[in-house]
Design a protein around this ligand. Sequence first.
Ligand code: IYR
Length: 220
Amino acid sequence: MANDFIPLVWRHQSESELLANAAGFYDRMKSRRSVREFSDEPVPEEVMRSIIMTAASAPSGANKQPWTFCLVSDPEMKKKIREAAEKEEYENYHGRMSEEWLKDLEKFRTDWHKEFLTRAPYLIVIFRKSYDQDDSGNKSKNYYVSESVGIAAGFLIAAIHMAGLVTLTHTPSPMNFLQHLLDRPDNERPFLLLPVGYPAKNVAVPDIVRKPEHEILIKH
Ligand code: IYR
């Protein structure tokens, strides 16, 4: 069945407006940093819901929107997630990661301890839906699922930053424990885990630099 088409909501802006918009957004976005130490100060759930709805506005293959966002605030659930993540991460840092990998991570001072998983007021777990399944068990295909969910994750991280909060794209590995703990169906697989909240007081972040334009932009 074909969809109807509706007019695009869009306003033509002058070159100077474009320049100011683009530069202004870049200026806001370039101050975003991944933060590993959180305050336990509460955040209104309404803020989290807006952030998640922004993520869910991302484009996706055939508009299948192949994602689910679990918003975790229950201290007991956060504790279970932390325990399971730390168990896997302990193994990662003690043998599963290569010497080269561990060396690459030195400057971030990460280790298997994941205190942020219990301290941040919220955890968002993004699930990717490799296929859809309705209540009667009928399966239907999704397309470009990793691309779609990756884009939604980018929107989510930008929304968190623009709201005035901080996050970390945490990648406990393997993370199938999240599917079981959060009781998600078999067509959903965990994609990313993001603690969200205010940063801890006086938190410091690694002194890293972003690649300059000439290294990342190639014009033809
Ligand atoms: N998943 C581990 C290790 C880790 C991997 C990368 I790539 C990082 O940029 C940071 C950490 C962890 O979360 O500690």
